[in-house]
Design a protein around this ligand. Structure first.
Ligand code: ADP
Ligand code: MG
Length: 331
């Protein structure tokens, strides 16, 4: 396959989400095939771009289908964190060679989310070089939730479970390729196939005061909320949602450490006025997503002076040493 055949056979089919009928058809005058895509435009457009580089963000032997799923999922997660509904995405891919079997599986992984969230691929770029994948995802949001809105006294919540992706990554890096238990399988899958919490992000649009997705690690990410909101955050490590699979794999201390600083879970962390607890319970039940209250928002004066993380996120009942800063590419 050359560049143009590749675009035609692999990427063209991702223009048309299957299932509910292609709802995006009406919003586009042009998708793939011209010098640019043309969208009619409507409402507040939230868009976010993420690059995944082989050897930095994924290992060379990640199954291509999982890679396709993962690159789109992490971008959708950013839309979820803005309380946005996915609309369309673009894809810039740099490939060392054109391996059609690998590419078909890669596209199949993306297709799962294209169909699930009715988000078509509308354009991109294809080049030769070290494997690098960049996706820009676009969504509409009537009420964007920023990092800056947390108020003193708010509760701090997180969705799902934390630490699973870090445990899965560890298993994968230890060379586990054929997991010997459903627990190992689950943990590796949480790393390779994170769940973008789109429906939850939408439901929290008018409930959450601040929100982000946990990509670098809970403490590191929440420090961004604290900085943007000019507040401090106190987390109770005793309340962290830890999965049974994680607790079977490692001791409490390691589980908590990964939950606080592991990253890659792509759960939503958010702040909410404590008057909204019943509303959250209802959202959790309706969506079938667990929501756990793990802390509260404090005034910055209350921050722990010994905390390395600019004194803004204080963890109580936690393991001694936790990494408080996230991954930093040029540190
Ligand atoms: P140009 O040379 O004008 O930049 P290209 O030849 O790079 O155009 O691309 C031709 C068409 O194919 C464009 O509409 C572009 O958006 C689309 N395209 C190229 N690569 C991808 C990709 N990886 N995913 C989706 N669309 C792509
Ligand atoms: Mg052109």
């Amino acid at each position: 396959m050359d560049e143009f055949e590749l675009i035609k056979t692999i990427f063209h089919p991702l223009q048309h989400p299957a299932g509910e009928g292609d709802k995006s058809a009406d919003s586009f005058l042009m998708k793939i095939g011209d010098d640019a895509a043309v969208w009619k435009g409507q409402g507040n457009l939230a868009f976010s771009i993420d690059t995944l580089v082989e050897g930095v963000h994924f290992t060379p032997d990640i199954p291509p289908k999982d890679l396709g799923y993962r690159v789109l999922a992490v971008n959708l997660s950013d839309l979820a964190a803005m309380s946005a509904t996915p609309q369309f995405f673009t894809l810039a891919i740099t490939l060392p060679s054109c391996q059609s079997e690998w590419l078909k599986l890669f596209a199949l992984g993306m297709k799962e989310l294209v169909d699930q969230y009715q988000i078509p691929l509308v354009g991109g770029d294809t080049t030769k070089g070290p494997l690098t994948i960049t996706i820009q995802a676009h969504g509409l949001t009537a009420n964007p939730v920023y990092r800056s809105g947390a108020q003193v006294g708010d509760d701090v919540y997180v969705s799902g479970c934390l630490g699973d992706a870090a445990a899965g990554l560890k298993l994968w890096l230890d060379g586990i390729r054929n997991p010997d238990s459903s627990d190992q399988c689950y943990l590796i899958e949480r790393f390779h196939r994170p769940t973008p919490r789109i429906e939850l992000g939408e439901a929290l649009a008018t409930v959450a005061t601040a929100m982000l997705d946990v990509s670098d690690g809970l403490v590191a990410d929440l420090s961004h909320v604290a900085t943007a909101s000019q507040c401090a955050i106190e987390l109770d490590a005793g309340k962290l949602p830890l999965s049974e699979s994680l607790l079977k794999a490692v001791d409490q201390n390691q589980a908590k450490t990964w939950a606080l600083s592991g990253g890659d879970d792509y759960e939503l962390a958010f702040t909410v006025p404590s008057s909204q607890r019943d509303v959250l319970k209802q959202i959790s039940e309706e969506l079938g997503v667990s929501l756990t209250r793990i802390g509260s928002v404090k005034s910055p004066g209350n921050a722990n002076k010994n905390n390395a993380n600019k004194n803004l996120v204080n963890v109580i009942n936690g393991p001694e040493a936790i990494k408080t800063s996230g991954y930093n590419h040029f540190a």
